[in-house]
Design a protein around this ligand. Sequence first.
Ligand SMILES: *Cc1c(COP(=O)(O)O)cnc(C)c1O
Length: 402
Amino acid sequence: MTDIFKGSFTQQEPLPDASIAAALSVMQSGRLHRYNVADGEVGEVARLEVEFAARMGAKYCLAVASGGYALSCALRAAGAGPKDAVLTNAFTLAPVPGAIANIGARPEFVEVSADLVIDLDDLGQRIKETGARFLMLSHMRGHICDMGRLMQICSAANVTVIEDCAHTMGARWAGTLSGRFGRVACYSTQTYKHVNSGEGGLIVSDDADLMARAILLSGSYMLYERHLAAPPAEVFARLRLETPNCSGRMDNLRAAILRPQLADLDRQIARWNRRYRVVEEGLSGAPGLRLIARPAEEEFVGSSIQFCLPEFSADQIRALLAATAARGVELKWFGAPEPVAFTSRYDSWTYAPARSMAQTDRVLDGLMDMRLPLTFDLADCALIARIIRAEVTRISALSGAF
Ligand SMILES: *Cc1c(COP(=O)(O)O)cnc(C)c1O
């Protein structure tokens, strides 16, 4: 009998009861705008910022409308502007180069390693070639590079690091939370990330000027004193008139939904990682399939899993995608020539300067990706791994036929 998987790769869990109750209470109050508070009331967004800053061990936090908005706002607040070169990973998602383009800056891509992190030798090289003063470091699909070495390279070259932690909320490198290495870090609270408010983003930093600029940029209508995880008023006084208002605020409804989820994040991470390990174990040793090594320093969040099929031809990969899809398993392929759904590759972003990247091409050509929503149980994960393993084994044996 052929196993078929019936679950949905895009179905997240329902929101916790505490989120639903908090949302109802905000809706009953009618005060959804973050600055619309009753006398003496602290709004949900301000509370969320205090709690997230505390959780991340950061001085300041700002909640915004999306992860992509957080990235462009943080980049601009860090001092990047039109025409500046901003380095970023060639293996990332469209909102990252999009955030760079959004401030009129120029994305310059850095090669990816076989373990799906930024190639640190190429980074050093690219800093020299482009003269870039900013790196938007994307911890794409939760893979974290050697952060000690990365920070050394960037500090030595005076490059400001903006961390894109869309897939590493709650992850760590060598004991330090992802997002606490660079000058500023950005998170997404969009449905497919680690907490779910539909859309949303968070920025954390210890840099007072940067955060005051970010708050003013996000559209504070000079009500910045209602922020609690914010720098002192004198910092705003210096910057308030020279910083444009580019509205991208979070509202109280989404903040209310997020606060109980944040409180539960560690438990969710443990659940993701149990699922990840079951799939990893189930795929381990399949012919022609390379799993991504996870370094001991990395405490990741296994909300998705990647593997490589370095010897597979494009036709074999297409056959695998069709065969697994027919059995209910939705794999994504980063080697497809055209962007599909959430996958796209650096050479499809034609607004960025073209660069040929042989190493990245080799990695992406065989790179498969799969979400692991928490609506899957461990038996689902084992079944999914069995299906992938069977089809990879079958198709790799057919290699002569392609
Ligand atoms: C989702 C995501 C973002 C931010 O996306 P939004 O949809 O704007 O919240 C940024 N970087 C990566 C790598 C992402 O996957």
